[in-house]
Design a protein around this ligand. Structure first.
Ligand code: NAI
Ligand code: PYR
Ligand code: MG
Length: 631
């Protein structure tokens, strides 16, 4: 017979206290002296390990098992089972994390379909956070394409069908209209349970431009969760100090609007002043509630991404990953590629296809580097770019050019000499490549396999080692399969892609060649970590450039010209330490850091300090507190 389990005491103060206590007490900031143990395993009896500081919680019994931040499942020790009234909820045996991992790995691998693996991992995240992160960290190469691109894209499309339980903060426009700023504040702080010191990072989207798959409505929470997971895996940002947020101003995705199971606000997107008021108020409330947090914007549509970044950057600690993160990763890749070709930024001719959020971010980032590092004027640097968008090469007088693209429009005189193979007289990618003879070809267009054989062959006629970066995600939207790019360039192309690809075969030598993954995931976790650890109120361009230089200095091609252009995403933690150190030192130099003196400035010592600060998936001892203490 089922016995009814008593409900938790939901009266104030305990209701608010459960999350507050978990979050507040979860963050016992590691110091080098208390956190010398850097292994990811857990000690034989966690409660007795003096190296790990405890977490405090008022939760017991079923409520403790249901709290993913604290749940250890079968790894609750016999003593903890007694103290936290867990004995009757758990089978007899006590298993260490290592044993739990073996079971979890077998369960993961028993699922063949990537989406089924995704669902498994998502529910593990909802149940036992330490096990989730330990599993992925141990099997990073296998799990990254599941929790991130490409599978996350499929999961987002299916969000309302796969939905089991929520993870994150859902902010819908009609609730905002009714409750105004107060509603947003209550939602973000969980009605006051979270206070200003509790959160380091807010990741948020309005879901209009998810990866390359477009408007995904409330399903965009999936990319937010994916990015937050990478902050934790890649840079050790404490998951208990992150807030995942989706703004739901409606959706223009007709398929979702017609779907009976759709879970978001069933309404077309609110735009104009109403939208701005929603986002402006959200930013103001988030910044006031968590004044030390970095606010990470993800996958906004291109009509809003730049506009909002420019508007909010002077006021808040905002970071737009698609603009700034992608630009940083691309600049590091290009720097590595140019070391191989023996060329420079200013000697490059760059054709970029898809001048939207990511494409323009990359263009501006490289353009600024040409000016700063190689002394070009803005006009001289702009002249190294040819941007091709949906109406072909962007040039003066062309209809449909967006304001953000304007400064890169080619002159009328230049295009007067070009030949169009298009019945509308537009200059497509082939026409542009033929006329320009570029050294670099970048794809951020979302147009699958649009770098065709004739384009790659034409480019390869004029340059020894064409640099080809098709970085649209997910895999299905990549502009060219790397094997094709290598075959069509006689094995000469230097390639990096946005989603992971298996190694390719050199068409002449038969050698296996690894393809670098040019994804902002290699850099944004560390940009965030550096900003958070240096308590910087802004992530400046200078801090980002310091991170780019650190990343480029880790390129495997520096020691082997046939190696991938970037470090493997599987090594992101080690990479993050170097990038974060560079970011922190730059923050200090620029006067952005608000805690100079509290961290070492000598590079190696700083790297050890950063490593020690990183959250690691280990079970920590638990201490029972009563709610009065929690308050
Ligand atoms: N690898 C990475 O780290 C990143 C990759 N991306 C990928 O880049 C792609 C673009 O993303 P966003 O810039 O956010 O999207 P977006 O929508 O802002 O930009 C896409 C651009 O491509 C243009 N376009 C559409 N059809 C075209 C055509 N036939 N020819 C040329 N251009 C065309 C659009 O007009 C738009 O300007 C996505 O697939 C996204 O996943 C985005 C950010 C990071
Ligand atoms: C990687 C990423 O941010 C994107 O594809 O949108
Ligand atoms: Mg993105």
């Amino acid at each position: 017979m089922l016995r009814r389990v008593p409900l938790p005491k939901l009266r104030s103060p305990s209701a608010a206290a459960s999350l507050q206590t978990t979050r507040r007490y979860a963050y016992q900031k590691a110091t080098p002296s208390t956190n010398k143990d850097d292994s990811t395993g857990h000690p034989s009896n966690p409660s007795d390990d003096p190296k790990l500081s405890p977490l405090y919680t008022p939760l017991t019994g079923r409520h403790l098992l249901e709290e993913p931040m604290l749940n250890k499942g079968a790894a609750f020790t016999p003593e903890e089972r007694e103290r936290f009234k867990l004995k009757h909820f758990l089978p007899h045996e006590y298993h260490r994390l290592e044993t739990q991992l073996s079971r979890a790995e077998a369960q993961l691998r028993s699922r063949q379909d990537p989406l089924a693996k995704y669902s498994f991992l998502r529910s593990m995240k909802d149940q036992n956070q330490v096990l989730f992160y330990a599993l992925i960290q141990k099997n990073l190469k296998e799990c990254l394409p599941i929790i991130y691109t490409p599978t996350v894209g499929d999961a987002i499309k299916e969000f309302s069908h796969l939905f089991r339980r929520p993870d994150g903060v859902f902010l819908s426009y009609p609730h905002f209209k009714e409750g105004g700023a107060r509603y947003l504040r209550d939602a973000l702080t969980d009605h006051g349970a979270l206070t200003k010191d509790d959160i380091d990072l807010v990741v948020f989207t309005d879901s209009e431009g998810i990866l390359g798959i477009g408007d995904m409505g409330v399903g965009g929470i999936g990319i937010v969760i994916g990015k937050q997971t990478l902050y934790t895996l890649g840079a050790g940002i404490d998951p208990n100090r992150c807030l995942n947020v989706v703004l739901d101003p409606g959706t223009d995705n007709q398929h979702l609007l017609n779907d009976d199971l759709y879970l978001g606000w069933r309404h077309t997107r609110v735009r104009g002043e109403d939208y701005d008021k929603f986002v402006d108020t959200f930013m103001a409330e988030a910044a006031e509630a968590f004044p030390y947090a970095m606010l990470h914007a993800e996958d906004f549509g291109n009509a809003n991404a730049y506009r909002l970044l420019e508007k909010f950057r002077p006021k808040y600690s905002i970071f737009n990953d698609d603009i700034q993160g992608t630009s940083a990763a691309a600049l590091a890749t290009l720097t590595s590629a140019l070391k191989v070709t023996g060329s420079t930024l200013k000697d490059s001719k760059i054709v970029l296809v898809g001048a939207g959020t990511a494409g323009l971010g990359i263009t501006i980032g490289i353009r600024n580097a040409m000016m700063k590092a190689e002394g070009l004027s803005k006009e001289e640097a702009n002249a190294r770019f040819w941007l091709v968008d949906r109406y072909g090469l962007i040039h003066e007088g062309q209809e449909g050019i967006r304001e953000t693209q304007q400064e890169f429009a080619r002159s009328k005189d230049e295009v007067a000499n070009m030949t169009s193979t298009n019945e509308k007289g537009q200059f497509n990618i082939y026409d542009t490549v033929k006329a320009v003879k570029p050294t670099v070809l970048i794809g951020t267009s979302t147009i699958s396999r649009s770098f065709t054989k004739d384009i790659i062959e034409e480019m390869s006629k004029h340059v020894d080692q064409p640099i080809i970066l098709p970085i649209s995600n997910p895999t299905s939207l990549c502009e060219v399969d790397p094997q094709d790019a290598l075959d069509w360039s006689d094995g000469r192309a230097l390639i990096a892609t946005g989603s992971p690809f298996p190694p390719v075969t050199h068409p002449k030598t038969g050698e296996k060649i690894k393809i670098a993954e040019l994804n902002n995931a290699l850099v944004f976790p560390a940009l965030g970590l550096g900003t958070i650890l240096s308590k910087s109120s802004r992530l400046t361009d200078g801090m980002i450039v310091a991170g780019v230089e650190a990343l480029a200095s880790l390129s495997p091609t520096l020691s082997d010209s046939k190696a991938p252009l970037l470090p493997d995403l599987g090594e992101v933690r080690a990479v993050s330490i170097k990038i974060a150190a560079a970011v922190m030192l730059s923050a200090k130099e620029e006067g952005q850091s608000n805690n100079v003196g509290q961290w070492p400035e000598e590079r190696e010592e700083l790297e050890r300090f950063i490593e020690a600060q990183m959250w690691k998936p280990r079970y920590r001892p638990l201490e029972l507190v009563n709610t009065a203490v929690a308050q």
